[in-house]
Design a protein around this ligand. Structure first.
Ligand SMILES: [Fe+2]
Ligand SMILES: [Fe+2]
Length: 257
């Protein structure tokens, strides 16, 4: 089986790139299942039901989130309209939405889990290890994909070594910068960060001038996503059809012309 994952989709730039490219990318790579991280899809922070539907139409099967999951507050009351979207397990409010999902793909059960890292991440209520230990016994699946939305590479690598025998993939999101450390570790695919789908000429998808004004001149600015053409980042994971273990991971990075 081939699972295609795209990292944090940032604002209109990221959404446009995903809408323009995901279906053809999915066909070219012969991906059976597509997961995207949508935590920054709505103007750089959060997601709306309209954007959820946009990403589904674009070719996403499951949408994961992150620390910005509920930055557009209205989504909290509308999660029933987004059945294929999961929010980090270890984040407030804990009692809305779902943090893992199982989908039937090619006759197999594929689970997707969403967790926050706890290092440099104020939104995390508990460690991703405590959350995963709680969730794992509840999951009945052949393949388990984890989107570990975390800042610290060390925490992501530690997570890999704790869970590599019990999950199929640990893919990091949140930093918006793709790392080049893709690997298969004892049948588990790993990448510290998938990178973002957002404006290439930007600061992590955000408007450069706006960030500089804020940082250097201490100006109060409104968060502004950059609107330039997007880089598209993610990875493709291939699993063995008999063992359901990961056998290959390939980074995906498409820069604008
Ligand atoms: Fe993000
Ligand atoms: Fe994030």
């Amino acid at each position: 089986m081939k699972i295609l994952f795209l990292g944090d989709i940032v604002g209109k730039s990221g959404r446009s790139a995903v809408s323009a490219r995901l279906l053809s990318l999915r066909a070219e790579l012969q991906a059976d299942f597509v997961i995207v991280n949508g935590e920054n899809a709505a103007h750089g922070k959060g997601i709306t039901t309209k954007i959820y539907r946009e990403l589904k139409t674009a070719g996403a099967d499951v949408i994961t989130l992150g620390n910005h999951a509920f930055s557009k507050g209205e989504i909290k009351a509308q999660l029933d309209q987004c059945p294929d979207m999961i929010r980090p397990a270890n984040m407030e409010p804990e009692d809305i939405g779902i943090s893992w999902i199982v989908k039937e793909v090619c006759g197999r059960k594929v689970a997707v889990v969403n967790l926050l890292g706890s290092i440099f991440m104020d939104a995390a209520l508990e460690s991703p290890f405590a959350a995963m230990d709680r969730i794992l016994p509840e999951i009945d699946a052949d393949i388990i994909f984890v989107d570990l939305h975390a800042e610290a590479t060390s925490e992501k690598e530690i997570f890999l070594h704790v869970y590599k025998d019990r999950v199929t993939a640990v893919i990091g999101t949140h930093t918006h910068v793709q790392t080049a450390d893709e690997q298969i570790r004892d049948g588990c695919a790993y990448l510290s960060d998938a990178g973002m789908c957002g404006s290439f000429v930007s600061i992590l998808g955000r408007d450069i001038d706006e960030v500089l004004q804020r940082t250097l001149n201490k100006q109060k600015t409104h968060f502004m996503p950059s609107e330039g053409p997007a880089i598209l980042c993610g990875c493709l994971i291939e699993t063995d059809d008999i063992t359901n273990r990961a056998v290959r991971i390939t980074r995906i990075q498409e820069r604008p012309e």
